[in-house]
Unconditional design. Structure first.
Length: 121
């Protein structure tokens, strides 16, 4: 009797398994869902996180971080070169100019507006 009951329970579990777990296959811009309604394509919303929490799609607009020498980095670089009371007096696309004092008196330094703030001669 136990054998018949366990076989019946196994048969019911196997019959209900496809209804409980609907597998999904992923393509480039849409998902293919298999469920009680059959196989159907579902377009993916590019501006919301996906089902697995992977965040936004790569082609969504996100502002790029400006790569260059910020005024804070230029002042720090000037302090490392021996300039005291360094103040940024001019910033352009190509350079950042810093003015401060050394033992000899007032002095200016120019840094390239690139990552790492290299000194311009």
């Amino acid at each position: 009797m136990r054998k018949i009951v366990s076989a019946a329970a196994l048969a019911v579990a196997m019959a209900a398994a496809p209804m409980l777990a609907a597998p999904a296959a992923h393509a480039q811009d849409f998902n293919i869902e298999v469920g009680p309604n059959g196989i159907r394509p579902v377009p993916q919303n590019r501006y919301e996180p996906d089902a697995y929490g992977q965040g936004y799609q790569q082609d969504r607009y996100e502002p790029r971080r400006r790569m260059g020498c910020s005024p804070r980095e230029a002042r720090a670089a000037a302090r490392e070169e021996g300039l005291r009371d360094a103040q940024v007096i001019r910033t352009t696309e190509r350079s950042v100019t810093v003015q401060g004092f050394t033992r000899a008196g007032p002095e200016r330094m120019r840094f390239a507006n690139r990552p790492g703030c290299p000194t311009i001669g």
